[in-house]
Design a protein around this ligand. Structure first.
Ligand code: ADP
Ligand code: MG
Length: 700
């Protein structure tokens, strides 16, 4: 990289120490390089000049070129001064008005000089007028830069404005910067790539992003710079993946043996769906390799992820290994334990349950069975991660509802085996397919996109307060048929207390409204033991209605529950609503989801509720959620390890992202160490990129 990019911005003409301080603190611009990468927030098209005789009131700004013919001041009744000027371009006259900065304008405006004007004509007393137009002198170079072309607007702050760095001030700086440095702007991408993907050169792109020649070159400049941003990120993913495949050795499971085959042929309770079979095949292929599997299985609520996990666990045993499945809650662990231990017993395998609440004696026996290898499978919560837990030969780790765990927690389970165990994560919060394909590099993604046959779609209705009695009537009919119902209240941190109150009051109301039935209450502030007791009572059908704040979100399986009623549904996120709805519709009977909504809904709130009514497809829901929230919120940028892209948007710029990914992965295959002569500039920029991201090097 040319040393000029590290030069302190203070030394740029027109900057100096005071402005430099402000640029550093307000815009994180410290060097020439930072300034070059400080991109406009928007552009205004000031390239087309109108004629006064053609002007209409259209609410749109126009450009005019002409002269001020006269200037005069007057005063409002309240004594404020107003500046008026008459302006002509030869085709007609128009009145200009200013209410502010009158003194300064009186001094600076001149009659008779050719100027460019930018402003919005509005009718006033039957005549067109322009209030507060921008006036640029055409003789000065400064003036020309601000008009009669596409002009950039930079994000600025009040402090910077006061120091003269408003839109115009910034344009001046950028102009100065480019004057001094344009010949030092170096290409970062290999020429072959520029040609292959028809990309604008870096120098031209940077000049055009600041001062576009026209909208076509602006688009080409943006595409090029977005491509570059995505390309470096994808290159990092591609090289990391190569590195992992080389380093993360694991034991291969080449055998599909008796356990797998016997269970499959004799004990499989149903026919696997096509999607389950496909995903299982993908997993089998991974497991046969001497490289650690790192696979994320996405599948909607109820798509049958557990069986896929169980069959994979049998493969581990067929190859002489143990397997474990970790869940975010004890209830979920117990439910999995029940299913998995029963299935495992059919082929003579032992399963243990490991949760925090177990007594010492019980626990010691369990740990002993894991250490000796007597137990093939362990199901549990993060109690599994703790130090005294030792496996004889752990080969596969399954993490259920993986989004509930941090990266570190998962990694700690891996340390329980040497070589590394294979890793499979499961989630019912799907990430739209296109997104997953482009933002994950080091994880392989499998999708179970098919529900087992015979599921009745859940009937979803949105109801206002006026419909409450009707809704209660429906719930009563379900309860009388022996079904159960959930009623969920939102819990938002800032107003936690009042929300808890709402749930408690709601609980009382429901108890009165549903006499003869028992109602339980769980909320986030309860002790885990008490929560557990309440949940168990519902699972055993000792309570019929379970009132809760969102704590039931994850995983509970009560097939007898047929109603999910959500209060203030507009306050929930879309994915959360979908998860909650997934708690019902698990049995053979018709189930219902009632979304109670207030009268005043935001536009987004409305969209969420209608999405819920329209579709039950988790991937479709995820896509809508992504559109509504944007990728940052949706993926939780920090947690996902995704960098903040300055220009590129991983949703809107999918086409560019896909090309950049293709290019990066191809290049990583051809020249993983970036040694070719044509790749030297790229190598330097890539190293700088890694440093900026705080990422460790992927090069040897
Ligand atoms: P999730 O993907 O939400 O974890 P589960 O694995 O709990 O879903 O499966 C939901 C229910 O569907 C379970 O009762 C399970 O036994 C059943 N199931 C799974 N696969 C099939 C299938 N292929 N055919 C019929 N029922 C299935
Ligand atoms: Mg599950």
């Amino acid at each position: 990289m040319h040393p000029i990019w590290n030069k302190d911005v203070m030394y740029l003409r027109k900057v100096g120490p005071v402005r430099a301080d402000a640029l550093r603190s307000d815009c994180r611009i410290a060097t020439y390089g930072d300034l070059l990468q400080y991109f406009p927030r928007k552009y205004a098209d000031r390239s087309r000049v109108s004629r006064i005789k053609d002007l209409r009131e259209e609410g749109k700004p126009v450009n005019l070129i002409g002269k001020i013919t006269s200037i005069h001041t007057s005063a409002t009744r309240s004594g404020r001064s107003i500046l008026n000027a008459s302006f002509t371009d030869g085709s007609g006259f128009i009145e200009l008005t200013w209410f502010e900065g009158v003194k300064w304008l009186q001094k600076s405006l001149k009659t008779g000089e050719e100027v460019a004007l930018y402003g919005t004509p509005l009718l006033y007393n039957g005549r067109l007028q322009i209030a507060h137009p921008e006036i640029d002198r055409l003789e000065s170079e400064d003036g020309v830069r601000n008009t009669l072309q596409i002009v950039p607007f930079y994000p600025s702050t009040e402090k910077l404005n006061r120091l003269g760095l408003d839109a115009r001030g910034f344009r001046g700086l950028m102009h100065q910067l480019l004057e001094e440095t344009r010949d030092q702007i170096e290409e970062t991408l290999p020429l072959s790539l520029l040609k292959q993907y028809n990309l604008m050169g870096r120098k031209e792109a940077l000049i055009n992003i600041h001062f576009p020649r026209n909208f076509d070159t602006l688009k080409a400049a943006l595409d090029r710079l977005k491509f570059e941003e995505f390309f470096f990120f994808q290159l990092m993913l591609a090289l990391r993946r190569r590195l992992a495949k080389g380093q993360n050795r694991s034991m291969p499971f080449p055998v599909v043996g008796d356990y797998f085959n016997t269970f499959f042929k004799e004990h499989m309770p149903f026919e696997l769906t096509g999607a389950q079979k496909r995903v299982l095949k993908e997993i089998r292929k991974d497991l046969a390799q001497p490289v650690q599997m790192n696979r994320l299985v996405q599948g909607d609520v109820g798509s049958g992820k557990t069986m896929v996990a169980f069959m994979s666990m049998l493969l581990a045993v067929d190859n002489g290994f143990q397997a474990t499945i970790m869940t975010p809650t004890a209830i979920l662990a117990e439910q999995h334990y029940k299913k998995i231990s029963a299935m495992a017993a059919k082929v003579g395998l032992k399963t243990v349950l490991l949760v925090g609440s177990q007594r010492k004696k019980e626990r010691t026996a369990i740990l002993e069975m894991l250490a000796s290898g007597e137990a093939a499978f362990a199901v549990g919560t993060h109690a599994l991660i703790e130090d005294p837990v030792v496996f004889k030969r752990l080969g596969l780790v399954v993490v259920d509802e993986q989004h509930k765990f941090g990266v570190m927690q998962r990694a700690r389970l891996w340390q329980k085996a040497n070589p590394l165990p294979h890793n499979m994560s499961m989630t019912a919060t799907p990430i739209p397919r296109t997104l997953a394909m482009t933002v994950y590099g080091d994880v392989d993604v499998s999708v179970i996109d098919e529900l087992p046959p015979g599921r009745k779609p859940i009937q979803t209705v949105v109801a206002g307060e006026a419909k409450r009695l009707e809704v209660f009537g429906m719930i009563r009919r379900e309860l009388e048929m022996g079904r159960q119902a959930y009623v969920v209240y939102p819990l938002v941190e800032e107003s936690e207390k009042s929300d808890l109150l709402a749930a408690e009051q709601g609980h009382e109301v429901l108890q009165k409204a549903f006499q003869g039935f028992r109602t339980g209450l769980v909320h986030g502030r309860m002790k885990p033991e008490n929560k557990e007791i309440e949940m168990q009572q519902f699972i055993r059908r000792e309570t019929h209605i379970l009132v809760s704040t969102t704590v039931i979100e994850v995983g509970v399986d009560v097939p007898n529950a047929s109603v999910m009623m959500i209060e203030n549904a507009e306050r929930f996120g879309l994915s959360q609503l979908h998860q909650l709805r997934g708690r019902v519709g698990r049995g053979a009977d018709q189930s219902y989801c009632v979304l109670m909504a207030g009268a005043k809904l935001s536009l987004d709130g409305k969209k969420r509720l209608s999405a819920m009514r329209e579709t039950q497809d988790g991937f479709r829901i995820a896509e809508i959620d992504l559109e509504l929230r944007g990728p940052g919120d949706f993926l939780g940028t920090r947690q996902s390890g995704l960098p903040e892209f300055q220009l590129g948007n991983i949703v809107e710029d999918q086409p560019v992202l896909r090309l950049a990914r293709e290019a990066a992965f191809l290049l990583s295959e051809r020249d993983p160490e970036l040694q070719e002569a044509d790749h030297q500039a790229l190598r330097q920029s890539y190293i700088a990129y890694l440093q900026k991201q705080g990422a460790s090097s992927t090069l040897a």
